[in-house]
Design a protein around this ligand. Structure first.
Ligand SMILES: O=C[C@H](O)COP(=O)(O)O
Length: 247
């Protein structure tokens, strides 16, 4: 049996306190008919108000990043334990925007992933090739290196979630064809079997321009267990429509 599907909304650096609360209320009001797991990842400063509104909902919470230390002199950083303290289940790690604009490399992401798991979080570890790498025919090689370098050396299937996000598909309204996603996902599943004896049960998400009108088609890719959604997660109707299409 395939692992339970998961749709994650990454709000990135969007929303304010009022609009965050309104969005969560709209999602939770209409979530009853959704059978799969839903997670939302607001900016750090809105985790608390959102968390309070989610307390009796089946929607779970995640952070967008975390540090690899528990505490200490790390101005501006957030420890995984702090995310747990606010009720988070997940934390996104290694998003291409962090790899690119914050120079996060595989070693840093691996260290954060280990710290997150130790704290009781499930890291959603992002991998994916850039347009230049895709054009050079290096997508499989890039993803292979990122998976082998960013994940802990040994994992159980419920320790992590993997999100395959081709960088060229993020925010572009341009998604790869299903065969392309299937090829990469099958390769990822194969690599995962080297570090996890139960790799078939690791959830593997696709991310990059997921919208209500392409969600159903995306689910026909092989080895896909849900989506990491950016801009379409900022509207309750779109986010829930994607979840329905992927259920
Ligand atoms: O984390 C989400 C991804 O970067 C996808 O963003 P997008 O759905 O706006 O393309």
């Amino acid at each position: 049996m395939a692992p339970r599907s998961l749709i994650v909304g990454n709000w990135k650096m969007n929303m304010n306190c009022l609009s965050s609360k309104a969005l969560v209320v709209n999602i939770t009001r209409n979530v009853r008919s959704i059978a799969i797991e839903l997670a939302i990842c607001p900016p750090f400063v809105y985790l608390l108000p959102v968390s309070l509104l989610l307390s009796s909902s089946k929607v779970v919470l995640g952070g967008q990043d975390c540090h690899n230390y528990k505490s200490g002199a790390h101005t501006g950083d957030i420890a995984p334990e702090m995310l747990v303290d606010l009720g988070c289940t997940y934390v996104i790690l290694g998003h291409s925007e962090r790899r690119t604009y914050h120079s996060e490399n595989n070693a840093v992401i691996r260290s954060k992933a280990k710290a997150a798991i130790r704290a009781g979080l499930i890291p959603i570890i992002c991998v994916g090739e850039t347009e230049i790498e895709r054009s050079a025919g290096k997508a499989l090689e890039v993803v292979d290196n990122q998976i082998r370098g960013s994940l802990p050396e040994q994992i159980n299937s419920n320790d992590v979630v993997i999100a395959y996000e081709p960088v060229w598909a993020i925010g572009t309204n341009c998604i790869p064809n299903i065969e392309y996603i299937s090829t990469i996902h099958s390769h990822i599943r194969k690599i995962l079997s080297d570090i996890c004896c139960d790799a078939v049960n690791i959830r593997l998400l696709y991310g990059g321009s997921v919208k209500p009108d392409n969600a159903k088609k995306l689910m026909s890719a092989v080895n896909i267990n849900g989506a990491l959604v950016g801009s379409a997660s900022l509207q309750a109707e779109d986010f829930l429509a994607i979840a329905k299409e992927m259920s």
